[in-house]
Design a protein around this ligand. Structure first.
Ligand code: HEM
Length: 378
């Protein structure tokens, strides 16, 4: 038997034993993944999953017996995203918190009914900034050996908790990285979330009014107190979209009134758990639903991107794309942020990056008229 065949059998046996639902490299040791790359170059990159089939893309009980909540164990990774944490704790994603992009796309479609394009946009964007293109794995939290040996520096492969990539300042339930751990749920901030819902939301819920006020307040707070605040592309887009998401995806699809109760918010944000009997959205949610809501909250309290040069000294960055410039933010990610980590990739690494860049652009162009840009040539 060749070394390769022996390795693959070992890998398959391990996967069969430990991860029956996922054909993932996650869970293999660094040595085993290294061996895989030595032999294979890079892990195979599956195509992005197709949309859910028409006969299975509607309202559905998702906190079901096939997806029981199991609290994260000591070796399971969780991070700054309340949705992905929850999906991992229900087995819609690998419970250890290291996943392939296609698993993430499938997990968010099945568990919360994200539209296919929207899911791919979030996942491939995050993967290019935080994942490992060689092993095709990404941590949903801190950096971990679970995602295998890193490509050469300055690549970070930091996982979703990596500050200054997808993760950034002014989060609603996490403090800014300048203060402490930017990925951990913060009870004081959740109390503020609750107060704003009581004050501005219908019947004390987190609705679009509450979103607009809390989002604005979190920016004012960081401007006043975080001397190193960065509030520019691409963070501005995720900050404003994430504020809206809970009013959609965390609300039971049978009600679907865009009014999130504090009890349901507590479940997702703090317990990383779906409420009992939770049903997902009644139809896939794409940009056409998200974009106008983001514009609506922006228009209530418009801002210009910028950075703090010391507390209370917010300096505008007029050269960074504004929140409404979706294609500008796409180009900023592809031509500045990603080459910042991968300045001159070659060989299999370049190929893997280009493949993921194509997947990312496929999602970007599905509902936005943006021109594709190529940091590493066509
Ligand atoms: C599909 C792939 C997704 C990826 C890769 C992703 C990634 C992230 C990351 C990196 C953060 C940290 C940003 C920060 O606050 O600094 C975050 C925050 C967040 N995510 Fe996700 N996310 C995804 C989907 C979702 C979905 C479907 C929801 C639905 C509710 C969601 C809700 C949130 C919320 C509410 C926050 C903000 C937490 C806070 O500000 O306290 N995410 N996500």
């Amino acid at each position: 038997m060749t070394k390769f065949a022996a390795f693959m059998i070992l890998a398959m046996v391990r996967l069969a034993v430990t991860l029956p639902a996922y054909e993932s490299l996650a869970g293999l040791s660094e040595r085993e993944i290294g061996e895989f790359i030595n032999i294979n170059g890079v892990a195979r990159i599956p195509n992005p999953p197709a949309p859910l089939p028409e006969n299975d893309n509607g309202l559905k009980l998702v906190n079901d017996p096939a997806h029981p909540f199991i609290a994260a164990g000591p070796n399971d990774i969780r991070g700054p995203c309340s949705a992905l944490n929850t999906l991992a704790s229900h087995g819609y994603l690998p419970r250890n918190g290291a996943a392939r992009p296609d698993q993430l796309v499938t997990g968010v479609m099945e568990g919360l009914n994200l539209g296919n394009d929207f899911a791919k946009f979030l996942v491939y964007q995050a993967f290019l900034m935080n994942g490992n293109p060689l092993t095709n794995l990404m941590s949903i939290g801190m950096k971990t050996p679970e995602t295998g040996p890193d490509p050469p520096k300055p690549a970070l492969v930091g996982g979703l908790s990596q500050h200054g990539t997808f993760e950034g300042d002014t989060s609603m339930t996490r403090v800014d990285a300048f203060f402490r751990d930017q990925a951990v749920f913060n009870e004081t901030l959740f109390q503020e979330f609750t107060e704003f819902s009581t004050k501005y939301g219908f019947n004390g819920t987190y609705d679009l009014n509450a979103v607009a006020e809390l989002r604005h307040q979190r920016l004012l707070d960081s401007m006043a107190n975080n001397p190193e605040l960065v509030f520019a592309s691409p963070r501005i887009l995720s900050a404003y979209s994430e504020a809206v998401f809970p009013t959609i995806f965390f609300v039971d699809g049978r009600l679907n009134n865009r009014q999130l109760t504090i009890d349901a918010a507590r479940h997702f944000f703090d317990f990383q758990m779906m409420p009992a009997d939770f049903h997902r959205q009644p139809a896939p949610v794409n940009f056409t639903i998200i974009d106008p809501l983001v514009s609506e909250i922006f228009n209530k309290h418009p801002f210009t991107p910028g950075v703090n040069k010391g507390k209370g000294n917010f300096v505008l960055m007029l050269e960074t794309p504004s929140l409404s410039d979706f294609c500008g933010i796409y180009e900023d990610i592809v031509l500045r942020v990603i080459p910042g980590q991968y300045p001159k990739p070659t060989g299999a690494l370049k190929q893997a990056l280009n493949t993921n860049l194509d997947f990312f652009y496929g999602a970007v162009s599905a509902e936005h008229d943006c021109k594709q840009v190529f940091p590493y040539g066509k």
